[in-house]
Design a protein around this ligand. Sequence first.
Ligand SMILES: Cc1ncc(COP(=O)(O)O)c(C=O)c1O
Length: 484
Amino acid sequence: MNQNQNKAPIFDAAMKYAKLRPAYFCVPGHRYENGPGSLLREYAGDNIFKIDITETGITDDLHCPVGAIKEAQELAAELFGADHTFFLVNGSTCGNQAMLLSAAGPGEKILVDANSHRSVNSGLIMNGAEPVYVMPEYISDWGIPGGISPAEAEKMFELYPECRAMLVTSPNYYGIISDIRALAEICHRHNALLLVDEAHGTHCCFSEQLASGALACGADMCVQSLHKTGGALTQSSLLHVRSSQVDIGRIRKSLAIVQSSSPSYILLNSIDTARRDLALHGKGMVRRAMELAAEARKKINAIRGLRCAGRELEGKSSVFCFDETRLVISASQLGISGFDLKAMLFEDHNVEVEMADRNNILAIVSYANSPEDIEMLVSALKSVAEKHADGIPLPGMAKPPGQARFAMSPRDAYFAKKKAIPWEEAEGCVCAEMIDISPPGIPLIRPGEIFSADILNYLKQIRLSGAYIQGLPDETMETVMAIE
Ligand SMILES: Cc1ncc(COP(=O)(O)O)c(C=O)c1O
């Protein structure tokens, strides 16, 4: 490891500035620790406010870096193997938006993973492009999205050779990593860029047991939420570029649109110091998380009626690699939905997990968890399983319908007039809101797509089963939003 990785240029600059402590006539107006909300200050202490400063000759400027921020971004680029790394203070959300703003324009077609985060849809509203969705495979045993199949990507490029980019989410929320190397080869052969939403995968770059990170596998750009698995504060993320085909000037301009003109120095410090920790200790940190997760998985799989997914998922449903730090746990054999299990764990056992769908809960294990945390999770699950030992297994769910047909771009749908209509009358109408059902967590239909009989029948079944549907205008689920 390059000795320079020991440095933290933004932190050093902040310390220098905190020592100088000039009479301050700039924003933020709290003047170091003199004026922030008193309750917060009492709780947090003074130091954090001393580094909530602004662009100066010492602290540099995120939008035009020439000093400490430039050096810190270069250190991050070196660590992650990028040509350029940009610090993000508005999460991977703004990273996805910037990637899309730079990769496609109004009316241009772009291949997009159907299992994309909502920030991808907002990026498409911004760039005005026409998405062609690529469906990931479906892991029916768990009811969760699998990986993007290279064969499917190849087929889509043959159908839409005008696409100059493809955006893929890998790992997905459930820890499913696609074969990025194969996808990059296909994109490049079709003269297109591969953009990877790697929001959940920062830690993959520091483990030999997991697939290498997206950049190392040939992606042209990727975003990583350093705050999700890399130890940084919420909203701290990275956008990496490794390609001669990416217009860096356009990336900079896009970032100037989607990032605040007053980026938080607390977050910039957090990115800089998290990068340093990952450089110095990243492998050990990820190993620790993997060991804790392996211990939890073994114990959970020994509880009657429960199961926890593992590496047996690999090699099927286009799962290239499974991130073992994700605990996908199902109690559906005991008749308990993921939603109910999540609520029971929190309300009765003080255990909080990341999310739930109809079949599963998802617990994310990090290097910062302790063996005691794992013990609490396992014993809470044991207690729930014992209490519901006589439960009747949940019925299986129908396979979701295929991709809806395109009618207008997300941007046109966003600006169009909309109205609520009874869902029985919706066939052939253009959808105005994203309708999201868990599982599989992939939107059933998006703004600008046409309601088909298949989609409406599936929606009907889902309504009757009582599952949770997001994106309907009324709680009774009697209507859907359509373009007028
Ligand atoms: C797959 C995916 N991409 C992007 C994002 C947005 O990341 P951030 O919260 O860093 O803005 C999320 C957030 O959960 C996500 O799950």
